[in-house]
Design a protein around this ligand. Structure first.
Ligand code: FAD
Length: 178
């Protein structure tokens, strides 16, 4: 997973409430699963641009899969997922070889399919996102994204993100797995 700050407005307003409303940040988030982006795009105040599976070409090594760490660390579970992904990749290629369009062949792609997206929000909406998604109740992948975004936003505008940083960055919460 990689989070890159693509653009932001430089806060020149010292009042945190005003700065939260009138400043924005845009992040490129890469190397995450469709399972994670499905959750991210639920944040309705964001402007979102996401890579389309209609255009990514498997033959060019276009997409991969995200392996959950808990499965990667389990020597019995990992081969099950590896095998499933090999089977899916073979099935995808077989459909394409039959002339099936990418927009239809993608129907067999799993939640693990790797993707990337660009997200823009104002600081108030980012703060809401971080309150919801840095919490240990959030899924591990979106939580890792949110914690990295919070780190970068706090560096940009410490006044706006001070309480969030104190809550989630200064004393990290343990992982929670339902
Ligand atoms: C731990 C966790 C578990 C979750 N589990 C599920 C689940 O099982 N199933 C599921 O469907 N979702 C689930 N969600 C997603 C959740 O329900 C929200 O869709 C998501 O967190 C977006 O939050 P939001 O709606 O508050 O904020 P955003 O969409 O980011 O909006 C921010 C705020 O703006 C305001 N706002 C935005 N749009 C409107 C509007 N149209 N009208 C009025 N006010 C608006 C609201 O005050 C809102 O809180 C989960 C989220 C978390 C954090």
């Amino acid at each position: 997973m990689k989070v890159t700050l693509l653009a932001y407005t430089q806060p020149v307003i010292n009042e945190p409430a005003l700065a939260a409303d009138h400043n924005t940040a845009t992040f490129l988030i890469e190397g995450i699963s469709r399972a994670a982006t499905h959750q991210i795009v639920r944040h309705r105040l964001a402007s979102v641009s996401q890579e389309s599976q209609r255009y990514v070409d498997l033959d060019k090594g276009g997409w991969g899969f995200i392996m959950p760490p808990a499965i990667a660390a389990n020597p019995e579970a990992r081969p099950i997922l590896d095998r499933a992904w090999e089977d899916l990749t073979a099935a995808y290629r077989a459909l394409r070889a039959l002339g099936i369009r990418k927009e239809d062949a993608r129907f067999l792609l799993p939640n693990a399919a790797e993707t990337r997206l660009v997200l823009t929000m104002n600081f108030r909406a980012w703060a809401h996102f971080c309150w919801m998604r840095c919490d240990r109740a959030a899924q591990w992948e979106i939580r890792a994204v949110a914690l990295e975004i919070l780190r970068q936003l706090h560096a940009l505008a410490p006044g706006v993100f001070a309480e969030l940083a104190a809550t989630f960055l200064d004393s990290p919460q343990p992982e929670h797995h339902p």
